[in-house]
Design a protein around this ligand. Structure first.
Ligand SMILES: Cc1ncc(COP(=O)(O)O)c(C=O)c1O
Length: 459
């Protein structure tokens, strides 16, 4: 029997869930008054739950790139599980799927990123990067290079070490995480909020210079690496101003600072190229991948190392004292390979560049006329609709007013899932989204904005 065949079953599930399930990124007190929403199935861009069908413009959490519910993926997982349900990759052991996936990723990745370490989540890939960066500098005989530069508005994970990278103090304070001496934050290249009268190019220069200034202030001899998402997805789909990334890469090279690019969201096609490094014209020393690697069908992530970085890690004989039981899991690796095959066979990334990406951009930009909308940012199939109180001064609504949450809730009533982040509505739909689904999204969003604007007139 399906778990939610009747209402009693839904209530039963909600009750046992509330009693025993501690949810990530959820206020447990709020769960006491409002039960969890039970999602039961999904297909294409639609998720179903509690008798409703919703258009998921977030692809889960920006991961279900090939769309939900593909039979081919289920068959691949079943076959992989029958053949080799598990074996590890410690102590010089491999299996066909892990070897082929590493080879495929090396072929796809830009620059000299040719070596892959497998993990299970974006956080683990970034955590691995942090450890290997320390390892690298110790092996290079530069033990003082320990400080990581990160940025405001960044999100890199929720382990102890990756939380410290995040530009969100709400992720530090409740856990007593101290960043001082380990991580230094510099400004986000958030042109709309901080650009003032500067041109995009001038702002790119300004934001890149903030990194150089910080390196000089602390001393290049103490800076191990700079970490950044090509587009700062989680905290507002913040797009880099033109020229920013090549400048950042140049600064890192100049001061012998490693560049770790977090392509957990942007990697595997979201910007219309396999990797956002191609979109923005730069190359990193390390790259983390997760979400789109398997389109969320299995937990798997990867950290890719450049040849020169890998050379140092592999130079002297010593066991690498790092790894996870399920690193390179045979089922997850087989599923990731099938995901890549589908992306290639259906030309889903090419479609973003030539067809559906431009349609998405043009459709969302019609919202610019709305009195609540200050900016619309779109790159491939990731987008931000930035709300403002005043289109000229770009004044922000106080976060505690929950204006953006109000719009997202109103959108939910129209059966649309978008993600509120501060005063920004973030969207990153499956690559399979159709033009009519985009129309449905933009029409629904437009009336959600109308409802919120009308409500604000009574404040
Ligand atoms: C850019 C980026 N890096 C890392 C992570 C962490 O990934 P995970 O949640 O799989 O640990 C996320 C998750 O949203 C992310 O957006």
């Amino acid at each position: 029997m399906a778990p939610t065949d009747d209402n009693n079953n839904i209530h039963m599930l909600q009750d046992i869930d509330r009693a025993h399930h501690l949810h990530p990124f959820t206020d447990p007190q709020a769960l006491k008054t409002a039960p969890p929403f039970v999602v039961e199935s999904a297909e294409g861009c639609m998720i179903q739950g509690q008798g409703m069908s919703l258009l998921d413009a977030m692809a889960g959490l920006g991961c279900v790139n090939i769309g939900y519910g593909r039979t081919e993926m289920a068959q691949t997982a079943a076959k992989a599980m029958e053949e080799l349900s598990f074996y590890h990759s410690f102590a010089a052991i491999t299996h066909p799927a892990a070897a082929k996936l590493a080879d495929k990723l090396a072929a796809l990745a830009p620059g000299n990123l040719n070596k892959v370490f497998f993990a299970n989540s974006g956080s683990e890939a970034n955590e691995t990067a942090l450890k290997l960066i320390q390892y690298y500098w110790l092996r290079k005989g530069k033990p003082n290079k320990t400080i990581i530069l990160s940025r405001d508005f960044s999100y890199h994970g929720s382990t102890l070490a990756t939380s410290a990278l995040n530009g969100l103090t709400a992720m530090h304070e409740p856990f007593g995480i101290k960043t001082k001496g380990h991580v230094e934050h510099v400004m986000s290249p958030f042109w709309y909020r901080f650009g003032g009268d500067m041109t995009e190019e001038a702002f790119a220069e300004h934001a890149a210079k903030a990194i150089e200034d910080k390196i000089l202030e602390i001393g290049p001899g103490r800076i191990a690496a700079f970490v950044g998402e090509p587009i700062q997805g989680t905290l507002g789909a913040i797009m880099p101003p033109k020229g920013y990334w090549p400048k950042v890469a140049e600064i890192c090279r100049k001061y012998d600072v490693l560049l770790l690019v977090d392509e957990v969201v942007t990697g595997m096609g979201r910007t219309g190229n396999w990797f956002a490094q191609e979109t923005y014209g730069f190359e990193a020393d390390l790259m983390s991948l997760a979400k789109g690697l398997s389109s969320g069908y299995q937990p798997i992530s990867a950290l890719m190392l450049s040849d020169s970085f890998a050379e140092v890690v592999e130079a002297e004989s010593a066991v690498l004292q790092h790894g996870f039981t399920t690193s390179g899991h045979p089922v997850a690796a087989a599923v990731a390979l099938k995901n890549i095959e589908i992306l290639e066979r259906e030309n889903l990334i090419g479609r973003i560049k030539s067809e559906i990406g431009p349609y998405f951009k043009q459709a969302l930009e019609t919202l610019l006329d709305h009195p609540l909308v200050g900016e619309v940012r779109v790159e491939g199939l990731i987008a931000a609709v930035e709300l403002t109180k005043n289109k000229v001064t770009r004044e922000q609504y106080p976060y505690e007013w929950g204006v953006c949450q109000h719009v997202a809730n109103a959108a939910l009533m129209q059966r649309l899932i978008v993600r509120p982040a501060g005063n920004v509505l973030v969207m990153c739909p499956p690559f399979t989204i159709s033009s009519s689904e985009i129309d449905q999204l933009v029409n629904g969003l437009s009336s959600a904005l109308d409802q919120t604007y009308a409500a604000l007139q009574n404040v």
